[in-house]
Design a protein around this ligand. Structure first.
Ligand code: CP
Length: 303
């Protein structure tokens, strides 16, 4: 049976920690010029139904960096666009490639592909989860702050797929998580309830961003309108107007607090240019770490 990465719930704390620690090791070795060939002769298929810069390029660079190869398929390139059943796609792709990395809309798409694939299926973003992104974010926090156990991490903005995966991460890793979301834009209630029942620290939902960032070691922010929500842009600009991460908000947080943004950023909407370009913001280290964490994931699931 292949091991799939559909959400962070699929792995234990020890396994998730293993991804992060291995990625840190692979990053160090790459900087030292160590050549990796663990996936020589292996091929992954990237099936992306939504645009991507970082996730696509970092998965491709990771696979090539481990000696493997990549086939990229956009939505219009496959028969999925002409309604070929997912269960057929999964079984056919499994005959050609050693793993599938999928970016799509509904979580049910990756769930169904995984149910029929005989190779690992990796979720590269759905409307419900973004697990690989959160692993690279956790890696970045681990690099900057050390042990995760006693940290307070704040989420400011939409209770979206990123927020859902951060909630699952809190349930597994044991850090305190406080999410500030406007009414009607809360994270998935089932994910919140399950992770709260497993967590050793608190996972709290508040309305006031200043409350969320008080005493926080890490502040997370993401765009206010995700892919597929473009028609809600004007409404969301109004709803989230008090949730911008700016100098005024950061005045409520400790001076050594770091700011994470998974990018792409909409400057002067969810984050000011001043904060994004400041030393406090580690968004570009985060972006680099996507490649290292993807190496660790591919190595574990495919090699
Ligand atoms: N953060 C992230 O997923 O970026 P892309 O959409 O560019 O892959």
């Amino acid at each position: 049976m292949p091991r799939h990465l559909l959400s962070l719930q699929d792995f234990s704390k020890e396994e998730l920690t293993g991804f992060v620690e291995r990625a840190l090791q692979l990053k160090k070795e790459q900087k030292q010029g160590v050549a990796h060939r663990q996936l020589a002769g292996r091929t992954i298929g990237l099936v992306f139904e939504k645009p991507s810069t970082r996730t696509r390029v970092s998965f491709e660079a990771a696979m090539y960096g481990l000696g493997g190869q990549v086939i990229f398929l956009s939505a219009r390139d496959t028969q999925l666009a002409r309604s070929e059943p997912l269960k057929d796609m999964a079984r056919v792709m499994s005959r050609y490639v050693d793993g599938m990395v999928v970016r799509t809309f509904g979580q049910e798409v990756v769930d169904e592909l995984a149910a029929y694939a005989t190779v690992p299926v990796i979720n590269a973003l759905t409307d419900l989860h973004h697990p690989c992104q959160i692993l690279s974010d956790i890696m970045t926090v681990r690099e900057k702050k050390g042990d995760l156990q006693n940290l307070k991490i704040a989420w400011v903005g939409d209770g979206n797929n990123m927020a859902n995966s951060w909630i699952q991460a809190a349930g597994k890793f044991g850090f305190e998580l406080v999410l500030a979301c406007p009414e009607g834009y809360e994270p998935n209630p089932d994910i919140l309830e399950r992770s709260r029942s497993e967590a050793i620290s608190s996972i709290t939902l508040v309305r006031d961003p200043a409350h969320a960032v008080a005493g926080a070691d890490v502040i997370n922010v993401d765009v206010w309108a995700s892919m597929g929500q473009e028609e809600q842009q004007a409404e969301r600009l109004k709803v989230f107007s008090n949730y911008q991460v700016n100098r005024r908000l950061l005045a409520n947080a400790p001076d050594d607090c770091i700011v994470l943004h998974c990018l792409p950023a909409h400057r002067e909407e969810e984050i000011t240019d001043e904060v994004l370009e400041s030393p406090q913001c580690v968004a570009f280290d985060q972006a680099e770490n996507k490649m290292h964490i993807h190496k660790a994931i591919l190595e574990k699931l495919i090699a």
